[in-house]
Design a protein around this ligand. Structure first.
Ligand SMILES: Cc1cc2nc3c(=O)[nH]c(=O)nc-3n(C[C@H](O)[C@H](O)[C@H](O)COP(=O)(O)OP(=O)(O)OC[C@H]3O[C@@H](n4cnc5c(N)ncnc54)[C@H](O)[C@@H]3O)c2cc1C
Ligand code: SF4
Length: 507
């Protein structure tokens, strides 16, 4: 059953066995697992419930409904940049690109050696990856869904001799409507809105939407529930209080909001790691304009990735977005945007993702605001400059007539000579137009309370009864798109928590 702001009493109190805060990749997966194991689950979700039939390509309508703060959330640092988070039932999975990659074995092996346990190693995790991939229907695209932009990327990679890999995506019958970031209009994308959440609800879970959790209930050092405020979806004003009392609290608000909530209670003191270790896979976009029709919007975003430079921590991907989002991203105003948008049919949006070599931190700001800080390193900056040049050369080899570059002080080049002539010393970190949709690591999992925030079951070391089940628990960045790894880790935690609860019931 789903509740919204019209349904709550002035002092609403509700009891559950487990309360799960957040319905994104981590929250929905663990909540569905627990509900199907016969446990009484209540979800609390700050955003609203928006079914597939409500999705459309209109930016002004979709962003405030589905994206936190309508997509204006920023990370502060040497180059202040935007980050994206979903705020709706389904969380970021409703607005993501649907690529489904497991954390590479080398990353999991590093976790094994860093944490001193096999628990998160490739063998131990395999069954949970398989379950997540099955649950969200991870598979290759139908040929009908592949657009001209993806063909250019794959042909360009072949011509350059680069390894191009087709993505598995969590979709069932995707026709390439290219509206993924504003909600899948066909319901093909298996976000948690249409996969885990319906299963959880069918198993009896309840979902309190439009309630922002603002604090934990702690009794005698144990977490016994959460306190929230109802949020008016139109004005965003907080009103009534909602309390959920539970035997276990699972926090799955994403890697920015989770530490923000926990920091209020001065948790994570043994290690001092809460809010730290913030990793983001920063990325930039390169927009190529071709002299002929490409019609990138008639096809799926992100059919494949160029993995040639993955060992150097660099991935390229096609990244077409709906027209409203494209217009908003162009470095122009008024009529100039309209003139550029008349070439929308000719555009190929491509992205560069760089694996972090540094970390940032989340702090609590005023007015219940989370303040993320992160600055790319000089080495990452140089990687971006190198990658822009490689990708730009590929587009010119494929016949592009112009490139729009991700530099605030240099917007475009028109041929290879101009591209090669860009003096890298003129492009500083502060000029990079970065963006990130991958937020991880701020309540890291570990086997040692002095070095991590949660233990190997996801329970906060210094707050029994409180668990974290989202991207916050990654010990490090994983270098690939994170949703399947988040789900797999959440399912693993779900199995452990279900066993504990069943055991306690018998006792
Ligand atoms: C535009 C975009 C494209 C992406 N593309 C891909 C991709 O192709 N492949 C991939 O693997 N990953 C992709 N990602 C990343 C992936 O979607 C996220 O890493 C993943 O969903 C994070 O899961 P999570 O459980 O940590 O948090 P989320 O999925 O963000 O869920 C957190 C939920 O908690 C809720 N919440 C937060 N604070 C509170 C509070 N105080 N009270 C109540 N509720 C709260 C939020 O509203 C939200 O619903 C993309 C993300 C974005 C934004
Ligand atoms: S490309 Fe279209 S049909 Fe496919 S998942 Fe995205 S929005 Fe859905």
């Amino acid at each position: 059953m789903i509740f919204d702001h019209r349904h709550y009493d002035p002092e609403h109190v509700i009891d559950a066995e487990v309360v799960v805060v957040g319905t994104g990749a981590g929250g929905a997966a663990i909540g569905a697992y627990l509900a199907e194991a016969g446990i009484d689950v209540v979800f609390v979700e700050e955003g609203g419930y928006h079914p597939t039939s409500s999705f459309n390509p209109y930016l002004a309508e979709s962003l405030p409904r589905l994206w936190r703060d309508a997509g204006t959330t920023v990370i502060l640092g040497k180059s202040t940049f935007l980050y994206a988070e979903g705020r709706c039932v389904g969380g970021s999975t409703v607005i993501n690109g649907a690529m489904t990659y497991r954390a590479p074995d080398e990353v999991l092996e590093t976790w094994v050696s860093d944490l001193g346990t096999d628990d998160l190693g490739p063998n131990a995790m395999a069954q949970w990856f398989e379950m997540a991939e099955r649950d969200i229907s991870a598979k290759q695209q139908l040929p009908i869904s592949i657009g001209g932009d993806n063909r250019i990327m794959s042909l360009g990679a072949a011509r350059a001799g680069w390894h191009h890999q087709k993505n598995d995506r969590n979709q069932d019958g995707c026709v390439g409507a290219n509206n993924c970031i504003l909600g899948c209009v066909t319901g093909a994308k298996q976000s948690t809105l249409v996969s885990y959440m319906p299963r959880a609800l069918a198993a009896g879970a309840r979902c309190l939407t439009e309630v922002r959790v603002v604090g934990l209930q702690i009794v005698d050092g144990r977490c016994t529930g959460v306190q929230g405020r109802v949020i008016d979806p139109r004005t965003r004003k907080p009103s009534q209080r909602v309390t959920v009392r539970a035997k276990a609290v699972v926090v799955a608000c994403g890697a920015v909001q989770t530490p923000h909530l926990l920091l209020k209670h001065r948790i994570g003191r043994p290690s001092g790691q809460l809010g730290r270790n913030f990793v983001t896979h920063p990325n930039v976009k390169v927009l190529a304009v071709y002299p002929h029709d490409v019609r990138g919007w008639q096809g799926v975003s992100q059919w494949g990735q160029v993995r040639e430079f993955h060992k150097d921590g660099i991935i390229f991907a096609e990244n077409m977005v709906p027209s409203g989002a494209m217009a908003a991203a162009l470095p122009a105003h008024g009529r100039a945007v309209w003139r550029k948008m008349q070439r929308y049919n000719n555009m190929v949006m491509s992205g560069i993702l760089v694996e972090d070599t540094t970390t940032g931190v989340i702090r609590r700001g005023p007015f219940d605001m989370a303040l993320p800080f992160y600055s790319i390193t000089q080495a990452d900056h140089e990687k971006f400059l190198h990658a822009v040049r490689l990708l730009g050369r590929m587009h010119f080899d494929m016949g592009a007539e112009q490139l729009l570059l991700p530099f605030a002080n240099l917007h475009s080049v028109h041929n290879v000579d101009e591209l090669e002539g860009v003096n890298p010393t003129n492009i500083k970190i502060r000029h990079m137009e970065l963006f990130t949709p991958h937020l991880m690591g701020t309540a890291r999992m570990g086997a040692d309370a002095r070095a991590s925030v949660v233990d190997l079951q996801g329970e906060v070391w210094d707050l029994p009864g409180c668990y974290v089940a989202d991207a916050s628990i990654f010990p490090t960045a994983i270098g690939v798109n994170p949703q399947v790894t988040i789900m797999a880790m959440a399912l693993r935690m779900g199995a452990q928590l279900a066993e504990r609860i069943h055991h306690a019931r018998q006792g």
